[in-house]
Design a protein around this ligand. Structure first.
Ligand code: IMP
Length: 416
């Protein structure tokens, strides 16, 4: 039976999924997003033109590919429409699930208000409204894209929701819209989005049946997963491979090869545990060399060393067939490269991800550094110490590293 290929992030997001997904999108007939919202993001440069993608799948740059935004995604119509405006003709090649939930402007206001109220306990969200939109979905008070069919009825439901929560919204400083202005706003969304709204589950099923090559594009990373990440410092969706099934309406047998994306070191944006974070010169050098600043928010990323314990957890949870190791060249020129091989928790050494990672102290193994891997396209072109580093990682994480990226350029990729 024909199966879909899946790409997932294995760390805290920003692993460099974009480079691999963009490349694979050229050879697939359909590219599907299954979780997250416009908190995700990457930029693609094609013939001197830069495109910013947050919600639209990367297949949009392959004119032959169909792009699907599945039911597991939360969609901000304003942002989606702005993103659509970068492309000429999306009719017939961009589809949104009628079951995806709407992320409306008040969700972002609630997100930001909650973060303000948490003070130094803030999650450090992107402020886009992701948590409140998924919260409404789970609490069964959300609104689905399919409801745009009857904007008057949808506006009445939203007004009712505001009435029920008026006291809370007033404290939070959330604007309460009038029904008239809501209807106008929803009509604008409907006019642009209607030709793209459909039952995407049926569409994906049919494509699988017809033998089409399908790519499932994950967002964020395993350690930000709502269940398997560093809760509560996580995003509000299922970022791991299981999310690809529920977020599109596939069963696990529909999913074939799973490629997990990981950087050769580690980064995280926002607050929360990060045992192998380097607060010294090493971290600064990684940030500087790796241009580690958020694409969606511009925030400097926290930087540190490859965490083999968290990676083993991610490999197992996602059923990874091969790892794609990104940004190896960022480690060029370090005398010593460190890997977190275990944690110390309450004076005890452990080799698994504990219930609360906050108190986990890293236990490192050091590797000899190397001069240059940048631009290498064959494994044999790598310095011996870089080869030893990669082979040691494979042993530690129980997975094959099948792809190694040695610069942002598409061609500077080693396929083993
Ligand atoms: P939210 O998804 O905006 O609610 O943010 C929750 C946490 O996930 C914060 O730590 C964010 O920095 C992080 N996060 C969300 N999206 C991304 C992403 O695309 N890359 C990296 N971190 C992200």
């Amino acid at each position: 039976m024909n199966k879909a290929d899946l790409i997932v992030g294995l760390q805290w997001g920003d692993e460099g999924k974009g480079k691999i997904v963009d490349h694979m999108a050229q050879t697939h007939d359909m590219v599907c997003r299954f979780a997250g919202g416009h908190n995700a993001g990457h930029t693609i440069v094609v013939e001197d033109k830069t495109y910013a993608l947050h919600l639209i799948p990367s297949g949009v740059l392959n004119p032959k590919a169909t792009n699907v935004v599945g039911n597991g995604v939360v969609i901000s119509p304003v942002d989606f429409i702005e993103e659509m405006s970068q492309f000429d003709d999306l009719n017939g090649r961009l589809f949104i699930s009628d079951k995806a939930h709407l992320l409306l402007p008040y969700h972002a206001q609630i997100d930001q208000a909650r973060e303000r109220m948490k003070g130094d306990k803030a999650i450090g969200t992107t402020g886009k409204g992701i948590g409140p939109a998924y919260g409404d979905k789970i609490a069964r008070v959300g609104h689905r894209v399919g409801e745009l069919q009857d904007t008057e009825k949808l506006a009445s439901k939203i007004v009712e929701y505001f009435e029920q929560n008026r006291a809370i919204f007033e404290v939070m400083g959330v604007d309460i819209p009038s029904k008239i202005s809501l209807i106008d706003e929803l009509n604008e969304y409907r006019d642009v989005l209607a030709p793209h709204i459909t039952d995407t589950t049926l569409l994906v099923w049919k494509s699988l049946k017809d033998g089409k090559k399908i790519l499932l594009e994950g967002a964020q990373g395993t350690m930000l997963d709502i269940d398997h990440g560093t809760y509560p410092y996580v995003t509000s969706s299922t970022t791991v491979s299981a999310g690809a099934s529920s977020g599109l309406g596939l069963n696990h047998k529909d999913i074939g090869k799973v490629t997990g994306i990981a950087k050769a070191y580690c980064t995280r944006v926002g607050n929360g545990p990060f045992p192998s974070e380097d607060f010294g010169d090493g971290g600064d050098k990684l940030r500087d060399r790796g241009h580690e600043y958020g694409t969606t928010t511009g925030r400097p990323r926290r930087c540190g060393w490859f965490d083999a314990v968290a990676m083993r957890h991610a490999v197992r949870i996602n059923g990874v067939d091969q790892v794609s190791l990104m940004k190896l060249d960022v480690l060029d020129g370090f005398d010593e490269v460190k890997v977190c091989v275990a944690y110390e928790v309450d004076g005890k050494e452990i080799d698994y991800v504990p219930y609360d990672m906050q108190d986990a102290k890293p236990i490192y193994k050091s590797f000899e550094g190397w001069e240059r891997t940048e631009g290498a396209r064959e494994f044999d072109q790598l310095p011996d110490s870089a080869k030893s580093y990669i082979e040691a990682l494979e042993d530690m994480i129980d997975a094959k590293i099948g792809i190694i990226s040695t610069s942002p350029q598409r061609e500077d990729t080693i396929i083993r």
